[in-house]
Design a protein around this ligand. Structure first.
Ligand SMILES: *Cc1c(COP(=O)(O)O)cnc(C)c1O
Length: 382
């Protein structure tokens, strides 16, 4: 029997249940995407401000200077080019002078920070719906961990109260996203900060992957919108979405930054991103701070679609530009998504186990460059 047979059989099971995944080739042009000759409005993109396709920005950037395309080692060896220092300084200046540390991706960031900081005397309390990269980080750590019901701060505070005075526990790290990927709803950062202040052992870890660029006056995320930047111990995000670059960042206290540089394995044992990427991140991070108009357009488009789908009788928990349209049955969601794609809207179905049973959905991800009349057409078809 072939040694590969095992994997073939596992894949056959996925195929039979309709859950086999493949890459599909696509071409993209502004907010349009073409797959197998079908050109559709791209409603599955993380390019929330529509910046990734703005060629004039890349031209402007490349005209200014030339850069290395590899850093050739990790930052602790020779990879720490001046672009790194400059990018972290730019972040630090924006985030009220707090320390900033860069990572190769949001995934590296989330699988690296918690294992470095959380030992077996740490309790991690994570929202039930946090991103897979955070789950992987928790699994790699030595700590005890519990999940609290999604956005249920009552449940969270019960868990904190129950474990806070345990002598075996030195610290409790509460982990959440600010805007959640699958439901498009938000954590109540103001209440979380209040809760943290009642308990000296508690620290807050907030992932702003979907909020950086999108929320706050200068796009610094929900932490800026709700004025809690100084209160969040680990404020993280990614540059791969609205910022239209690549990489992850942490805003923290200086001692945490030093500690991670000494202990965080994905930071120490991986080649640093190329200087050209870091310079591009700095360039784009400066851009997003000025895009108030795009943020307003995206917010208006989002509340339009949210209220229209509720009016059509669908339920949706969204308060953001990530808008699930809850269908229920998996097969119905797959069929609906196909219909939408035939009408020229590239929308993907999301099914259990990614989301809870009976809550299969179409997931619409809006961007600021989508014209309102296209969304009106979508509503008509729903
Ligand atoms: C996308 C995402 C990440 C991963 O970021 P990458 O830079 O793409 O690796 C991490 N956390 C959340 C919440 C995300 O949505």
């Amino acid at each position: 029997m072939s040694i590969l047979k095992h994997y073939e059989e596992k894949l056959d099971i996925l195929k039979l249940s309709g859950n086999f995944r493949q890459f599909t080739a696509n071409q993209q042009n502004d907010h349009w995407i073409t797959i197998q000759n079908n050109t559709m409005l791209n409603l599955s993109s993380n390019d929330y401000l529509g910046l990734a396709s703005k060629k004039h920005l890349a031209e402007q950037f490349l005209d200014e200077k030339s850069y290395y395309f590899s850093s050739s080692s990790s930052r602790l060896l020779t990879g720490n080019f001046e672009e790194y220092t400059l990018c972290e300084k730019t972040l630090s200046d924006a985030f009220l002078g707090r320390s900033a540390l860069l990572f190769n991706s949001g995934y590296h960031m989330n699988i690296g920070i918690l294992p470095a900081l959380a030992d077996n005397r740490t309790l991690i309390l994570a929202d039930k719906l946090v991103h897979a990269s955070i789950i992987d980080g928790i699994r790699l750590s030595q700590s005890k961990y519990l999940r609290y019901r999604h956005n249920d701060l009552e449940h969270l505070s019960q868990l904190i109260a129950k474990h806070h005075d345990d002598l075996e526990i030195n610290r409790i790290i509460v982990v959440t996203e600010s805007i959640f990927s699958m439901d498009g709803d938000e954590a109540d950062l103001i209440q979380l900060v209040k809760l943290k202040k009642q308990f000296p052992k508690v620290m807050l870890y907030v992932d702003e992957a979907h909020a950086i660029g999108v929320r706050g006056h200068s796009g610094l995320g929900c932490a800026q919108q709700y004025q809690v930047i100084p209160e969040i111990d680990f404020l993280v995000g990614t540059f791969g979405k609205a910022v239209a670059s690549v990489g992850g960042y942490l805003i923290c206290e200086p001692v945490i930054r030093d500690y991670l540089i000494n202990t965080m394995r994905p930071l120490i044992f991986s080649t640093a991103l190329p200087p050209i990427n870091i310079a591009w991140t700095t360039f784009m991070f400066k851009q997003i701070q000025t895009l108030q108009k795009e943020r307003r357009t995206l917010a208006e488009l989002s509340s339009y679609l949210q209220s229209e789908i509720i009016q059509k009788g669908y339920s949706s928990p969204s308060t953001s530009h990530l808008i699930p349209i809850i269908i229920g049955e998996s097969e119905a969601a797959v069929t609906q998504a196909k219909v939408m794609q035939e009408h020229g809207f590239y929308i993907m179905p999301v099914r259990p186990p990614t989301v809870p049973k009976n809550s299969a959905r179409l997931r619409v991800s809006l961007t600021a460059s989508i014209p309102q009349f296209e969304i009106e057409r979508l509503v008509d078809i729903l």
